[in-house]
Design a protein around this ligand. Structure first.
Ligand SMILES: CC(C)(COP(=O)(O)OP(=O)(O)OC[C@H]1O[C@@H](n2cnc3c(N)ncnc32)[C@H](O)[C@@H]1OP(=O)(O)O)[C@@H](O)C(=O)NCCC(=O)NCCS
Length: 158
């Protein structure tokens, strides 16, 4: 069976990342966003999931003081439900713990039950709502947060 590798994003990954972004989100990040995040944003940490040389997923984490903000995470539609997002999440949360982040937080569309289920596996809970947060359809964002303790591992098997 082929193995998925999670590794830091590089410049040459950006076109594949942008393609997945376009397939995954109604409003993808602007073209300049990933180069900017890679080179001009000291708080940003970017990873890709690679399978047999192909970029099949990616994630971006912002580490600011003691908070870890999951800025984006996506998997190519052809490679979903194989645990790739889980591998990305484990990498993000390990990095957050390594940087002594106290909590991890994110926004998710209220209708995005797939992503919410993923986050719940890692102990994220809904702590707030941003009404009409998304500009395309004025959908609410749910704010989900998990406190990061010092213990290794996630709660997804619980
Ligand atoms: C959300 C997303 C990243 C999940 O990627 P994935 O690689 O398919 O997820 P995994 O296979 O690692 O699944 C992990 C868990 O997430 C949940 N999950 C993932 N897809 C799901 C779906 N379609 N329906 C319900 N639960 C789902 C499940 O709890 C799953 O665990 P299980 O397979 O043991 O049931 C992917 O669907 C995606 O890219 N969506 C579009 C972008 C997006 O919404 N990103 C999040 C923005 S906040």
């Amino acid at each position: 069976m082929s193995t998925v590798t999670i590794r830091p994003m590089r410049d040459e990954d950006v076109p594949a990342v942008q393609e997945i972004d376009r397939l995954a989100f109604p409003v993808p990040w602007p073209p300049s966003a990933y180069p900017h995040e890679l080179h001009h944003s000291p708080h940003s940490h970017l990873w890709v999931a690679e399978l047999e040389g192909q970029v099949v997923g990616f994630a971006v984490l912002w580490l600011i003081v003691d908070e870890a903000h999951i800025a984006t995470i996506a998997v190519h539609p052809d490679f979903r439900r194989q645990g790739i997002a889980r591998q990305l999440m484990e990498t993000l949360l390990a990095a957050a713990r390594q940087h002594q982040a106290r909590l991890a937080t994110l926004e998710v569309r209220a209708s995005n039950t797939a992503a919410q289920a993923l986050y719940q596996q890692y102990g994220f809970q809904v702590v707030g709502r941003r009404p009409k947060y998304y500009t395309d359809n004025h959908e609410d964002a749910l704010i989900m947060t998990v406190m990061l303790d010092k213990e290794e591992g996630a709660s997804h098997d619980a």
